[in-house]
Design a protein around this ligand. Structure first.
Ligand SMILES: C[S@@+](CC[C@H](N)C(=O)[O-])C[C@H]1O[C@@H](n2cnc3c(N)ncnc32)[C@H](O)[C@@H]1O
Length: 198
C-alpha cells in the first residue's frame, strides 16, 4: 500500500501528519538518555514525536517503502529507522528498550499472525521499562469480522503483559471522530531488578 501510495495509486489511511493524539495524551517518563522502540513505525510520525521528547529512538517497519518515506520526510533525523519484522526481530532487542510503543499495528494483523505478534512486543522492554499499547477495542457493533483493522479484545490486550511484565493499567477510552468508537490504552512495566533471560 505504501508503494501504491507513492505511485499515486492509493491513500494510506493511517499516514497522518500529526503524531497519535492518544500517544500525545500520555504522561510518559522522561526521555533523556532512554532508548525507545517504535513497532510498525510507518513513515515515522510517532517515532519523531518520541525523539522530540528526548528518547533515543529505534523505529522499525516491515515495509521498506515506509522506512524510505520516514527517512525522506525527516532528513537529519535522530531516529534510527530500520526494516525489520516483528515476528523475527533482532536478538539483541530482547529486554533492551526503556520505552516500547505498539500503536495500531497488531489490530491490522489477521488472528493467526497477531497470536504470534502479541507476546513478542513485550520482550523488547528492559528492566524498569514501559510498554505502551494503543489499539482499537472491540465493541458489539464492530465485532462482525470485517477488517482490517480487527479491534482487539480485552484478552488480547492482557496478553501483552506476558514475558514477566506487570500490568500498570488497561483503560478503554473514547475515540471521538473515528469510525471505531473505543480504544485501548494499556501500560505495562518490567520490574527494575529483573534480569534479561537469554
Ligand atoms: C496500521 S499501520 C500503523 C502505522 C503506525 N504505527 C501508525 O500508527 O501510524 C501498521 C504498520 O505495521 C507494519 N507492519 C505490519 N506487519 C509488520 C511486521 N510483521 N513487522 C513490522 N511492521 C509490520 C505495516 O507495514 C504498517 O506500517
Amino acid at each position: 500500500m505504501y508503494a501504491e501510495s507513492r505511485a499515486g495509486q492509493a491513500e494510506v489511511p493511517w499516514d497522518l501528519p500529526s503524531p497519535s493524539a492518544h500517544l500525545r495524551a500520555l504522561d510518559l517518563p522522561a526521555g533523556e538518555g532512554r532508548q525507545a522502540l517504535v513497532v510498525g513505525c510507518g513513515p515515522g510520525r510517532d517515532a519523531e514525536y518520541l525523539a522530540g521528547l528526548g528518547y533515543r529512538v529505534t523505529a522499525f517497519d516491515i515495509s521498506g517503502t515506509a522506512i524510505d518515506l520516514a527517512r525522506e520526510r525527516h532528513p537529519g533525523t535522530a531516529v534510527n529507522y530500520l526494516v525489520a519484522d516483528l515476528l523475527d526481530p533482532p536478538a539483541d532487542w530482547r529486554h533492551a528498550f526503556h520505552l516500547v510503543l505498539e500503536s495500531n499495528n497488531v489490530q491490522a494483523l489477521p488472528a493467526p499472525i497477531r497470536a504470534a505478534a502479541i507476546p513478542t512486543v513485550g520482550t523488547f522492554v528492559a528492566p524498569g521499562g514501559t510498554l505502551v499499547v494503543l489499539a482499537a477495542a472491540t465493541t458489539r457493533i464492530d465485532s462482525d469480522g470485517a477488517g482490517p483493522p480487527w479491534p482487539l479484545t480485552r484478552a488480547e490486550i492482557e496478553a501483552f503483559g506476558g514475558d514477566g511484565l506487570h500490568t500498570l493499567s488497561i483503560d478503554q477510552v473514547a475515540a471521538a471522530g473515528t469510525t471505531l468508537p473505543t480504544r485501548w490504552k494499556a501500560i505495562f512495566t518490567r520490574a527494575a531488578h529483573q534480569q534479561a533471560a537469554r
